[in-house]
Write a protein of this length. Structure first.
Length: 322
């Protein structure tokens, strides 16, 4: 409990609520693609959807795309669909889906290959932006999403805006964060490590986005909504979490993986989802339990032996009668 409290305190001291940037002018850094509108530059904000070549065939992206259409979202030329595990690396405009940008990458790294692809393609005109809003394809959006999306233009160059972990890596950040993290997300992580990362821990040398930001803006935490739903018709319901500052609904196959790709469904070891500190606390608890077990078994005999020794010593010290 002490370790958990220390972690929460450290987390709270580095974060704060969303500041008021209404008076800030959009400023281009290092040749960013800010669009000039007279004397004020309008920031380019792009929505990045992390997806997988296997998932696209199973219609997860179509669910998200349909929900965007239902909101009246029109900024499709600033939407990047990142497809990990593709056959080749390429970037192109998909005119069949209102001109969205598709970024295909052979690299596949669960929720993180989209971040890797952003860095390696950051100067591509189809990818370059001042601010990126990052979500996963196993999501849908609410009717307020277009306005929430536009609000992220307030972010500064080295600013990160995120809900408290765990948050399924839903976040928004300035271009400067991408330029700083470089190859950080090029390392493979396991599904379990990825979940520990989601809880706010560095894994396998992969640092959190916060390590590359000058400003960290704490957004509202996620809220669970209703009962689990089988939104993808796999036979496995998913828990639904709502992110108020994005108006995004994320669908999680809790403590399992593998239903969407159509392969084997794996059960994840739940305690490992809670990160290295909880593992350390668990090991400490086991050691305490073993110590108590030893005392339980050996305690009575040790007490008896100690009592006999004390009685013998007392008998030796007692003066003999003449």
């Amino acid at each position: 409990l002490f370790l958990v409290l220390c972690m929460l305190l450290a987390h709270c001291t580095e974060c704060w609520r969303w500041p008021d940037h209404d008076g800030d002018a959009a400023v281009s850094h290092d040749g960013d693609s800010a669009v000039s509108t007279g004397s004020v530059k309008k920031k380019v904000v792009k929505l990045v959807v992390n997806s997988n070549a296997k998932y696209v065939r199973n219609q997860t992206w179509q669910k998200l795309y349909s929900s965007l259409e239902a909101t009246g979202f029109t900024d499709y030329d600033n939407l990047i669909l990142v497809k990990g595990g593709a056959k080749q690396n390429k970037t192109y405009i998909d005119h069949s889906q209102q001109g969205i940008t598709v970024l295909e990458t052979q690299f596949e790294n669960f929720d993180l290959h989209g971040l890797s692809a952003l860095y390696h393609n950051k100067n591509d005109p189809l990818v370059r932006a001042d601010v990126y809003v990052y979500i996963l394809d196993t999501s849908t959006v609410g009717k307020k999403f277009p306005q929430k999306f536009a609000n992220f233009s307030k972010l500064k160059f080295y600013e990160l805006a995120r809900p408290p972990p765990p948050c399924s890596n839903v976040c928004a950040f300035g271009r400067g964060v991408v330029e700083r993290y470089k190859n950080n997300f090029d390392k493979n992580v396991s599904k379990i490590d990825g979940l520990s990362f989601e809880w706010g821990f560095a894994v396998n040398g992969v640092q959190q986005l916060s390590a590359f930001a000058d400003n960290i803006t704490e957004l509202l935490p996620r809220v669970e909504k209703g009962d689990p739903v089988d939104i993808y018709h796999t036979g496995f319901p998913r828990r639904v979490f709502w992110y108020p500052d994005f108006d995004v609904y994320k669908y999680i196959f809790w403590a399992h993986s593998g239903d969407i790709a159509g392969g084997k469904v794996d059960e994840l070891f739940v305690p490992s989802l809670l990160g290295p500190w909880l593992k350390l606390l668990l090991c400490f608890s086991v050691l305490v339990a073993l110590a108590l077990a030893v005392l339980w078994v050996k305690g009575p005999s040790l007490l008896t032996q100690s009592r006999h020794q004390q009685l013998g010593k007392a008998n030796l010290e007692r003066p003999r009668e003449p």
